[in-house]
Design a protein around this ligand. Structure first.
Ligand code: APR
Length: 231
């Protein structure tokens, strides 16, 4: 079976009702990114940061995977599929994708403030209490925090993502402005000769000099076109 690797970003979940980060109406207009999505912001005002992610977690419960997520999951019938996502939502998993690498963490999980990347401390929040409060403790006794990779923090899953791309036959990028590194640099690791598809309704500034099949559509329509191109 051929292998397809996807790299997805916030645009993947727009048709499910979640906002993007950049551009007008993006989430970072409403919430200053340096306050709610950086390690410095968390140290300065942990309760504001916990509240921001509590809200987003509750919002995630109200939305569903879209056709784009479902078409990616359905490709597992005919391909080996790896989804590398910058999204912290769980919509790929809920659509049925079984091999998802979250570069920027997972909204439905919590971890230790002292050792956020120690998997012994990462746990799924219980469905009956999805909020993290000041005073909630991780197993090591430190303050429980969202399992999110903030600006200023390492991206430990990046090496797994690079490994997945080494033997890819097809690489597909969906709904990311490719502004945030190291994720945006993943394209550099797509082996020479591997076809690269880019699905986005807007122009994306791709700095690497590489020929791309640009499908200028939203995630669902774009995935339908991709599926027909692959047939
Ligand atoms: N379908 C597909 N793509 C879409 C759609 C749609 N319906 N609507 C918008 N987009 C595209 C936009 O054109 C843009 O290129 O989605 C992209 C969203 O870009 P960003 O908001 O920058 O999101 P992303 O690239 O995922 O951000 C990367 O930055 O803030 C951090 O950690 C956060 O993971 C995030 C990272």
């Amino acid at each position: 079976m051929k292998k397809i690797v996807f790299l997805t970003g916030a645009g993947m979940s727009v048709e499910s009702g979640l906002s993007t980060f950049r551009g007008s109406g993006g989430m970072w207009d409403e919430y200053p990114v340096e306050k709610v999505a950086s390690i410095e912001g968390y140290i300065e005002n942990p309760s504001l940061v916990l509240e921001f992610y509590n809200k987003r977690r509750n919002e995630l419960l109200t939305v569903q995977p879209n056709e784009g997520h479902r078409l990616i999951a359905a490709l597992e019938k005919d391909y080996r599929v790896t989804v590398v996502t910058q999204n912290v939502d769980d919509l790929h998993e809920r659509a049925g994708s079984t091999n998802v690498i979250h570069l920027h963490g997972e909204l439905m999980k919590a971890t230790s403030s002292r050792e956020p990347n120690n998997l012994n401390y990462v746990r799924r929040l219980p469905a009956d209490n999805l909020n993290i409060a000041i005073g909630d403790k991780a197993a090591d006794g430190s303050q429980l925090r969202p399992y999110i990779v903030w600006f200023g923090e390492a991206v430990p899953m990046m090496s797994d993502a690079i490994d997945e791309l080494r033997d890819a036959d097809i690489f597909v990028i969906i709904g990311t402005s490719l502004n945030v590194y190291p994720a945006a640099g993943l394209l550099n690791y797509a082996p020479a000769g591997v076809p690269v598809y880019l699905i986005d309704p807007n122009d994306v500034n791709v700095s690497q000099h590489r020929w791309l099949n640009f499908i200028k559509k939203g995630a669902s329509e774009g995935m339908k076109e991709l599926v027909s191109l692959l047939e």
